[in-house]
Design a protein around this ligand. Sequence first.
Ligand code: ZN
Length: 282
Amino acid sequence: MKIGKYNIRVIEMTNFALDGGAMFGVIPKPLWERTYTKADERNRINMTTRLMVLESDDKKILIDTGIGNKINDKFADIYGIDKSKSSVELALNSYGINPDEITDVILTHLHFDHVGGATKIENGELIPTFKNAEYYVQEEQYKWAMNPTFKDRASFIADNYVPLLNNQRLNLIQGEGTLFDGIDVLPIDGHTKGMQMVKIYDDVNKLLYITDLCPTSAHILAPYFMGYDNFPLTVLEEKEKYLPLAYKDDWTIFFEHDAYTQAAKIEPAKKGFQIKERLTIE
Ligand SMILES: [Zn+2]
């Protein structure tokens, strides 16, 4: 798929598993099992980490970095992570993309499943994984990550992002705007303060990297939000703001964590919106 000057590549990385109840908030289990997938024997649901690279003549922009491989075996077991597939460098290489050619990394937020690959350990030292890249995150999210509440404290691991700032590679951006030609960032606060969605667009096509506003296609439905969300009613307002836009203007919505659906178009439903068509971008 091509939008504007960008060739859009989808990078599939390791699956992982989170508690189904925590992923679907107030929705009863029999319902979410029908809408998304059956839980495993530990009540976890199968999810994935899916990234995007936007290639143009002069840039290779990566959105999010997955879980990375700084994790230990206990962590990998709790979250059902396949460590052979959690390294973003190996994943990019397998798609024929040289990690050293990444020019920019847009971080939607700093939870470990989005920013784990942003740093690595080399000769016992924590360094940015992408040696030639600038990184971008909302300043408000960085502040939140440095002083999180008990609610999402477990998702923030300072080794994933503090080295970026210490190496002068992290650009703290403020609010909504055009980051690059045809690429806007749209900050929202319901999941965690200062998370940013990414919109890639030209005159014809629009694609929304919706990050954890809707981690799976099931979360398009109005009452589906996560126990992990810090401000659930804000999530509701944000869905009520962006999903009608996505429908009206025919945006493709890209899902970072849905193990079964890469992307989709949506349509109005009785309450809110629902999936109209499931799409595979790459
Ligand atoms: Zn998150």
